[in-house]
Design a protein. Structure first.
Length: 220
């Protein structure tokens, strides 16, 4: 079945917000706005263009110098969307520290060497995770208006944040993460519908893959 916009209770929204603040305490109001938009609409704002999605992924992978964050982050209370860290695209072998000057060097090469087939799997999942009817911006305005008091329980807006969010609402834009969030959490992820997650979970893997040794022949 295609994804549908989740309906969250107040308790679930508070749980999603609390999870983000726990995941990245530096998150600002703009980041919580982005979080809730993704929790309701996933990657629906992304272009319906496989080539553009693949190109954007490859360009981002080339820029990643280190891994941070969890393997995945449930932003839908088990019934909606999930953020998948791009480390999910990397196949790890036992770390050959004798061949690299640093752990960061090792990861940078692995990110740049992600096979095209793995990128296509994520592109397929992104396209499959877009809501068929697109984003109802009037609906989203209502959702955010109701959720804003909850978000303000977790963080107070910095100067200009509310105005910037109002501009995004008016112009139907998705904001970038705040600089504080990028500096503290180094986010590199994509958002997919929860039923797409098995493509990125390696059976038997219980820890973050970057610190685990497993058969490099495993596939999504």
């Amino acid at each position: 079945m295609p994804p549908t916009r989740p309906d969250f209770t107040t308790a679930e929204l508070r749980r999603i917000l609390a999870g983000e603040r726990e995941n990245c305490p530096a998150a600002r109001l703009t980041d919580l706005y982005k979080l809730l938009h993704q929790a309701h609409y996933g990657p629906t704002h992304a272009p319906d263009d496989p080539a553009a999605l693949a190109r954007g992924l490859r360009e981002e992978l080339k820029r990643i110098g280190e891994h941070s964050g969890t393997f995945f982050q449930d932003i839908g209370c088990g019934k909606g969307f999930i953020r998948v860290n791009l480390i999910a695209l990397v196949t790890m072998k036992p770390l050959p520290f004798n061949r690299y000057s640093s752990f960061s060097d090792f990861l940078s090469q692995r990110f740049r060497a992600v096979p095209a087939g793995r990128i296509q799997i994520l592109v397929h999942s992104l396209l499959a995770s877009r809501l068929p009817d697109g984003i109802d911006w009037q609906d989203w305005n209502r959702i955010w208006s109701d959720a804003l008091p909850l978000a303000l329980e977790f963080v107070q807006p910095e100067s200009g944040e509310l105005e910037a969010i109002s501009t995004c609402l008016r112009e139907h834009n998705m904001p970038s993460h705040s600089q504080a969030y990028r500096d503290a959490c180094n986010p590199h992820y994509r958002v997919i519908w929860h039923t797409e997650l098995p493509h990125f979970v390696i059976p038997g893997l219980t820890r973050d893959p970057v610190f685990s040794e497993y058969d490099p022949n495993n596939r999504f």
